[in-house]
Design a protein around this ligand. Structure first.
Ligand code: GDP
Length: 299
């Protein structure tokens, strides 16, 4: 189920409760069952859904206990409990790193090949460039043939400075050289694009760790494809162990992705989502914030 449909299902469940003359346990349970089924069908982790159900129920019970208030107010209590718990799903309560002007901010992007990493690096550079940061990209992916060409083409199109090499085969050397050069040139946003595939997974993680040590990123960003569904959780946990990323960008939110898997990655790694990728164009990048996201989903 895509997010818009999820929003409609949750709204439908809340409206059914609103239409009822009085709230009782049976109605509350029916509403929660419908909301939880919709969340599960959107690939949200089963434990998170179970805990949302328990928390909404206990919040509502605590608020309504002995309360003989007007029925409309009682319904508001339910609405608010559901809204707050949905926000909680996408809010790990951790503030992401905020790039500062007048100094180099090194952002390192990690993620499996095909998730949209290279596209997202250029989108990020454009985003910050538009906001007055002098931005650039370092292509440290030497594994995939054509990776540097892709960076070169999209960076040129976006009028963003870039660094890479056709001859150097060590990604750690390229990353270090590129970041060093751009630091000296007083770039403010330096985005390091890393490889998303290797012969063995452990080689990929080892390479990421080495690049991390060489460039000392201010923020490591996991780029996660919304359409990978429930696999997002295991994938994000694996990356968290090797590259302690401090932010997530979920890509391909414009497609038929369910999105719930990516939401579960937030809870699994206690890491905030900072942007959503919403298309293939360089401007298709939206800032993410928990409350506006849930409000928009509920329409
Ligand atoms: P990488 O291997 O992780 O570097 O992935 P790429 O940046 O090469 O992207 C893989 C494919 O996903 C490309 O065809 C991109 O155009 C596409 N892509 C990336 N982000 C988005 C997005 O937000 N929405 C859509 N629809 N496509 C995207």
């Amino acid at each position: 189920m895509v997010l818009a449909d999820l929003g409609r299902r949750i709204n439908g469940a809340l409206s059914a409760l609103n239409r009822a003359p009085t709230i009782d346990d049976k109605l509350l349970d029916a509403m929660l069952k419908e909301i939880c089924t919709a969340l599960l069908e959107s690939d949200v982790n089963v434990k998170l859904v179970a805990s949302l159900r328990t928390r909404v129920r206990s919040k509502v019970k605590a608020a309504l206990e002995g309360d003989k208030g007007r029925e409309a107010q009682r319904k508001n209590v339910v609405q608010k409990a559901v809204f707050d718990e949905l926000v909680g799903l996408v809010n790990p309560g951790v503030e992401p790193y905020k790039p500062k002007k007048g100094q180099p901010n090194v952002l390192m992007a990690v993620g499996l090949q095909g998730n949209g990493k290279t596209t997202t690096c250029t989108k990020l550079a454009v985003y910050y460039q538009k906001r007055g940061f002098k931005s650039c990209i370092v292509c440290a992916d030497t594994f995939r043939a054509g990776a540097f060409d892709q960076t070169r083409q999209s960076a040129t199109k976006a009028k963003v400075a870039y660094f890479g090499s056709y001859t150097e085969t060590d990604p750690v050397v390229i990353a270090a050289q590129g970041v060093d050069k751009f630091r000296k040139e007083r770039f403010e946003i330096i985005i390091v694009d890393t490889s998303g595939r290797h012969k063995q997974e452990k080689d990929l993680f080892q390479e990421m760790e080495m690049i991390g040590r060489a460039v000392q990123p201010d923020m490591t960003i996991l780029v996660l494809d919304a359409s990978i569904g429930q696999a997002a959780e295991a994938q994000s946990r694996a990356f968290k162990e090797s590259a302690d990323f401090g932010a997530i960008i979920v890509t391909k939110m414009d497609g038929h992705a369910k999105g719930g898997g990516a939401i579960s990655a937030v809870a699994a790694t206690q890491t905030p989502i900072i942007f959503l990728g919403t298309g293939e164009h360089l401007s298709d990048l939206e800032r993410f914030a928990p409350e506006p996201f849930i409000s928009k989903m509920l329409g």
